[in-house]
Design a protein around this ligand. Structure first.
Ligand code: ZN
Length: 83
């Protein structure tokens, strides 16, 4: 299941593929999106740690009950629709 693919349809814009999944430091398994080279996540959260999670896994929920920043999701979509 890929929420970003669901949002954008079959053709995922290149910029979304380039986004990095980062983990917030406050909550466990709470993820944000970050543009490569930026220190802050899309939503402005700066206390994030790098992960090796591919952006394709955004929205995937396992038994760990991962959570995904709704602001980052929204901003990723807006970045695309504003172009
Ligand atoms: Zn965020």
């Amino acid at each position: 299941m890929n929420i970003l693919k669901k949002i954008f349809g079959r053709q995922q814009p290149a910029t979304v593929n380039q986004l990095l999944v980062v983990e917030g430091v406050e909550g466990v398994f709470y993820y944000h999106l970050r543009i490569p080279g930026n220190r802050e996540a899309l939503c402005g959260e700066s206390r994030v740690m790098q992960t090796s999670i591919p952006v394709d896994a955004w929205g995937y929920k396992s038994h760990l009950h991962e959570r995904y920043c709704p602001k980052c999701s929204q901003l990723a979509v807006q970045n695309e629709t504003n172009r």
